[in-house]
Design a protein around this ligand. Structure first.
Ligand code: NAD
Length: 341
């Protein structure tokens, strides 16, 4: 939308209230792993904030929530500087918006390319868990951190070492001297249901949902507590990568898999927007039959050179977008369990 005239007092007030609310909800979600509102409610507030800023750019401060990756570093953990910054994702909430996004990106890619035709889209499930950054030096896992504010994360190495699927030593050879692997730690849906049933049987309160349970599990002070939780991880990105011989993200996933890292079985490389829309439809239909909860689909430009050319804003990459499925009625396995006891 075009910028409008000077904001009225009412708009300013609405804007300031929204900024305060978004900060408060982010704190509860990221620091306390205990959200105060649903994701859909949060997304609506965030959208309204973006809308007001688009109409009145003079209101946008450097520390506006729209300029930052949500999340801070809790004093309970040691702070870790990521070698390469971690980002959030731009969201779209309708297929029309997604098509517009893809068309715009394709036009940009057309101009950058060397005559090679269409974009290759790496299409992935958006896992509803907690992002981690794993630092490998000469194939050895030396540190693990949360995303934090994107620049500085929380050191959760001891907790990550309890997750069996994350290799402490990569297999094979020829890996980069220094490499940051980004992935999502989650609790598989089936394991979550079983874990909660066991809690209920033991007379304890069940965990609210898999996302916050995963985040809470990973941000325990005592790794022995983390070890009791059925955590898994799938890789979804790469940060620093000194000496990595790969031209695209999907090719990198192939290498990571050979080295023993858990790569999602659901990712695909697609050649057109129509195929991307079909992927979204397919997974929308089976979203509750998957290994883990999802809150959308992530579409990425696969080629690294094009990713570099498109670059980043202060908060998100310009080469990726997250499509969010419409919110569903609250009807979870947990509710079934509670109704049946
Ligand atoms: P995001 O969840 O929209 O996107 C970025 C994150 O997606 C990445 O950091 C990564 O962890 C994750 N991700 C999962 N699968 C991925 C894949 N295949 N490829 C790349 N990344 C993948 O952004 P965000 O900044 O973490 O937070 C916004 C989300 O958190 C929204 O869904 C919002 O609703 C929710 N939130 C909710 C509340 C609340 O109070 N309920 C508060 C804050 C944020």
């Amino acid at each position: 939308k075009e910028p409008e005239a000077v904001p009225t007092e009412a708009v300013r007030e609405e804007y300031e209230n929204l900024v305060d609310l978004v900060r408060k909800y982010r704190f509860a979600y990221y620091q306390e792993d205990a959200p105060l509102v649903s994701d859909a409610e949060f997304d609506d507030l965030f959208r309204r904030l973006e809308e007001i800023e688009a109409l009145h750019p003079e209101l946008v401060a450097n520390d506006s929530p729209t300029q930052e990756v949500g999340g801070e570093v809790s004093a309970a953990f040691a702070a870790v500087q990521h070698l390469q910054r971690m980002y959030s994702l731009e969201d779209v909430f309708s297929l029309e918006e997604l098509e517009a996004w893809l068309a715009k990106a394709e036009a940009g890619i057309g101009k950058l390319g060397d005559g090679t035709p269409a974009a290759a889209w790496l299409t992935e499930l958006k896992i509803d868990g907690l992002a981690v950054n794993l630092l490998y030096r000469d194939g050895k896992l030396v540190r693990a951190a949360t995303r934090g504010d994107g620049t500085t994360g929380e050191d959760i190495t001891h907790n990550v070492l309890t997750i069996k699927e994350i290799p402490q030593q990569l297999q094979g050879g020829d890996f980069p001297a220094e490499m940051e692997i980004r992935g999502e730690v989650f609790i598989p849906s089936k394991a979550f249901a079983e874990f909660n049933e066991a809690l209920i049987e033991a007379g304890k309160a069940p965990l609210a949902n898999p996302r916050n349970a995963a985040a809470g599990s990973l941000r325990q002070k005592d790794p022995a507590e983390t070890a009791k939780r059925p955590l898994k991880m799938f890789v979804h990105g790469i940060g620093a990568r000194e000496g990595l011989q790969a031209r695209s993200q999907s090719e990198t996933y192939g290498l990571l898999k050979e080295w023993g890292l858990p790569v999602s079985p659901y990712s695909e490389v697609l050649g057109s927007a129509a195929e991307v829309l079909d992927f979204i439809k397919r997974y929308g239909e089976q979203r509750h039959k998957l290994l883990h909860e999802i809150d959308g689909i992530v579409i990425k430009v696969d080629d690294f050179a094009t990713q570099r050319a498109l670059g980043y804003t202060t908060r998100v990459p310009r080469w990726a977008v997250a499509y969010k499925y419409p919110p569903e009625e609250v009807h979870t396995k947990l509710l079934d369990i509670l109704v049946n006891v």
